[in-house]
Design a protein around this ligand. Sequence first.
Ligand code: MG
Length: 203
Amino acid sequence: MKILAIGRNYIDHAKELNNPVPKKPVIFSKPETSLLKNNNPFYYPDFTKDLHYEAEIVVKINKLGKNISEKFANRYYNEIGIGIDFTARDLQSELKQKGLPWDLAKGFDNSAPISNFINISDIKDISKLSFSLDINNKTVQEGNTKDMIFSIDKIIAFVSQYFTLKIGDLIFTGTPKGVGPINIGDKLIAKIEGKEMLNFEIK
Ligand code: MG
């Protein structure tokens, strides 16, 4: 399986990192070994001193597809979850400056903690879904899918022009504003519509 992710999909987040608001989706990928499941702890890696959290809604593909039109994109997923796109911001800044790929900054082992998935039929409206991240019981990020620059269906239509989507593939759909550093000892809780989905510790 593969994990695709979109960068700068919320205007407020693009602005907080002084990035332009993109006209086309900014796509990158994370390897399967980046997944961290079952609320297992995350061990702070020693190659960064500025590791940032980015809470994101994650879509799970449930049907094989290529060149999917936006109109039919909703037939290709029926579960969502929430995940963290951990980013070694210091490493990413260095790579960005040199025009190099972000893989080392975003694709390292366990850089993608994810929750269990819930069926979309259990959700009122996926285009107006609220989600949040608490660190040590303080809410640091609050987002709503209505503020996405590129909707889930638009992302699927876009990426499937380039990549065949397969059952089980995951798409990280971008983070709202409020990203920041994590520290050893922090407790992270991510919620969808106020419901706790992900709960793990930084060690
Ligand atoms: Mg991200």
